[in-house]
Write a protein that binds this ligand. Structure first.
Ligand code: FMN
Length: 486
């Protein structure tokens, strides 16, 4: 019987999702006809990002061939699945209320902060599931695995959940999730945006005159390793695997690569080893990006020549439907950000990037003085992802976009409760930007306005507050008596 997390492998987690969460199983699907892409859009239309189940497909048609999977999709979308990953006790996970499950995950992560990095633990190759099958040189055909073309406008098939492991010239390890366009049986694109830590590590080798860098890509890492690889939770210079160990309360097991001394997570589905030339760059993309729009192609980026592939028998291939579903668990990173920012913004109560509404940043504060909300919002000007920054009082649930939007409608006066910033850092994938990486932004003060801020002399109460004041037990009572109807 598998319980709540943390889990040591994707497989262990998948077993828990089957036992306690929600998983849709599909026997076979024709991705040459983009049936899986269409399926994911319809699933999200029905459930929304935080409520949609995970999907497992056994067999998929790719490039005219039926390939054995399984392919796993949306395994980290649901709030209840996030709660499983971070170890919320099973009896506390609500079967329906996934905003509540997300908040419980965040509370758990906040209660465990600050976490201490934990050293990795080496295991022998014979004990590493990721080495069950070893393929070398011409035995490798990466196209024979069911990596799919996600969107008709993508430039071909991509591995889009690979964690690239680089070692910088000083010996520091970086783990980052970057998409990889399949360019041939033993050749894949490697696309960290400029200034990502993986990009910096490769450029540091190039500046030292190296002709190539040895790297590895792991696929199907455990949920916390994947979350660390996909976010800035581990700061530049920190080792994502040690930070993952800290969050899990247990060392991440690593194994030595076949062709180099790089140590990589051992409990993964596949390890791809190879070399990245540092004096040759190629075009890459485009690919459907996280804003839900087609991205721009890279004119010149890295690629990797594959030398060795090791994998589990029947490896699970994870495909991320970027811009359609949530891609990784975010509560560990959100907890780390809240705790970090609170050091210089003590009034900060919450900070949330609603990934299903990319471009927004929701902040809640304990407001004690006039003009505090816009002052706080301005402190986030360095963050490219927040183009529309909404600050609310702490009674508002920033994990419910509906509640934030209702609050903006009710509590916000566009004048003087907004500030527009003409020029600043922008997110490189934002389709609205004339110059990628640059953006204007708007700061919205949707806190209750004080009289000094041009607010009303007496701020009216919410009707719900009147109800609960009238009878503090009413909502519990209704749940008990009428819950079966709701
Ligand atoms: C599924 C997925 C795909 C991603 N693809 C890319 C990518 O192609 N290029 C990129 O720069 N970042 C990509 N990201 C975001 C990075 O993983 C993220 O910024 C991470 O912090 C990078 O690691 P680093 O900070 O060690 O560079 C992706 C994230 C996810 C979850």
């Amino acid at each position: 019987m598998i319980g709540t997390g943390p889990y040591n492998s994707l497989r262990e987690y998948l077993t828990a999702v089957e036992a306690h969460g929600k998983l849709i199983k599909i026997d076979e699907i024709d991705q040459d006809a983009y049936e899986l892409t269409g399926f994911m859009y319809k699933l999200i239309d029905k459930y929304g990002w935080l409520d949609a189940p995970a999907v497992l497909v056994e067999k998929v048609k790719v490039s005219g061939e039926w390939m054995e999977g399984p392919i796993l999709i949306n395994q980290y979308g649901m709030g209840g699945h996030e709660a499983l990953v971070v170890g919320v006790p099973l009896d506390e996970i609500d079967p329906e209320d996934h905003i509540l499950n997300y908040k419980k995950s965040l509370q758990k992560m906040l209660s465990e902060m600050p976490i201490e990095p934990m050293k990795t633990k080496e295991v022998k190759a014979s004990d590493a599931p990721s080495k069950e099958v070893v393929l070398k040189g011409d035995e490798i055909d990466i196209l024979s695995f069911p990596f799919i073309q996600t969107n008709p406008a993508d430039n071909g098939r991509f591995i889009n959940t690979g964690n690239l492991i680089t070692i910088d010239p000083d010996g520091g390890r970086n783990v980052g999730t970057y998409r990889m366009q399949i360019k041939g049986p033993r050749k894949i694109g490697i696309s960290p945006e400029k200034n990502q830590d993986g990009w910096k590590a490769l450029m540091a080798h190039k500046e030292k005159g190296a002709s190539h860098a040895n790297v590895a890509v792991v696929l199907g890492s455990d949920p916390i390793v994947f979350a660390m690889s996909s976010s800035k939770t581990a700061r530049s210079g920190q080792d994502e695997l040690e930070i993952a160990g800290g969050f899990k309360g247990e060392s991440v097991e690593v194994v030595k690569c076949e062709d180099s001394d790089i140590m990589v997570p051992a409990n993964v589905e596949m390890i791809i080893e190879g070399e990245i030339p540092l004096d040759d760059f190629e075009e890459e993309g485009p690919f459907g990006e996280m804003y839900g729009y087609m991205g721009l192609p890279h004119e010149s980026t890295f690629y990797m020549n594959i030398k060795t592939v090791t994998h589990r028998k029947n490896p699970i291939v994870v495909n991320q439907f970027t811009g359609v579903t949530r891609g990784f668990v975010t509560s560990p990173g959100e907890a780390a950000s809240v705790k970090g920012f609170q050091k210089f913004m003590p009034e900060l109560r919450g900070f949330h990037i609603p990934i299903d509404h990319v471009g927004f940043l929701f902040i809640s504060i304990e407001k004690t003085k006039p003009h505090q909300a816009l002052e706080i919002a301005e402190k986030f000007n360095f963050l490219p992802i927040g183009k529309i920054v909404v600050v609310v009082d702490e009674d508002v649930n920033i994990h419910s976009t509906k509640e934030v939007f209702q609050t903006v409608g009710a509590r916000w006066q566009p004048f003087p409760g907004a500030k527009t910033i003409e020029d600043g850092p922008g997110f490189f994938l934002d389709p609205s930007a004339k110059n990628r990486g640059k953006s204007s932004r708007i700061l919205i003060d949707a806190t209750r306005q004080l009289p000094e801020e041009n607010g009303p002399d007496v701020y009216p109460k919410l009707n719900r507050e009147h109800l609960v004041e009238h009878d503090p037990e009413i909502l519990e009572l209704v749940k008990e008596k009428w819950g079966h109807l709701i």
